[in-house]
Write a new protein. Sequence first.
Length: 322
Amino acid sequence: MSAETTEVVGTPDLIEVQQHLVRPTDPVIGKVVASELCTKGRKKAAGVVRHVAIDVSGTPLEGAFRAGQSFGVVPPGTAPNGKPHKLRLYSISAPSAGEDGEGKVLATSVKRVMEEHWEDHSLFLGVCSNYLCDLPIGAEVQVTGPAGKRFVLPADTSKHDYVFIATGTGIAPFRAMVLDLLTSGCTSQIVLLMGSPYTTDLLYDELFRELDKKHDNFHYVTAISREPQPDLPRKLYVQQRISTNADMFKPLLESDRTLVYVCGIAGMELGIFQEMHTVLSPEGFAQYVQADETLLADPKSWDRKMIPRQLKPTRRMALEVY
């Protein structure tokens, strides 16, 4: 039987969310109430990532955003072409109840973009990322949203178990989702797999380790690609944890209850597909990714350009890559 005809079981009914309550053409004013480094190594990390919290009380955004959604930021000033800077979207890292528990304060994880133009070696600074990271407490910022309706939790969270896979600031929506699940008393199995080049680049690491110790149903796993692992004789990328920790991931992925969410740098999803193909049966793999049998026979030939036309994620796998 072709994988394309495999019946997918355990598909979720997602929560209903509100979208575009505040349009880019008419942003509202929020106020920065917190800005903190969220890397494990703090000042030693290779990149600078800040957890920026914004008070949106009194605006249509108050109480309207949900874990997994995004909000927009309109940076001031104009681009080199003389036109106003365009809206930038950021994943919400605050739980649905907000950082304050009342839905008034949303947050995001912002990485400062600092690169070199390859043509002339001049420095390039990301307009909105550096703007947000520079904002002091009390500063006003123009915001819009919320946006997104597919990368969210199911309506009945108790019906499912969860595998969250992130790299970099892709951890933002999972901070929100994990807090939503655990604070609601959800007893489902939750695994958060975080990939990073160095240990010092892990985001919210202290928080997740504390939650792992506190909750029996939450498991935090890391993969470090540029330094040795304490439990392995080698370095590894995030997707390789699926195989090295197959005793954890295989039973979970084989369950009809499990949903997989992937967020981070584009390209990671292909390796995740390949590792899942390694540990799962063809029928099990087809519950998350469906493809023609000729492709399934040779996963090393896969290319990310095949996603989603030839390698088609089912509703049990949600992708948010950038």
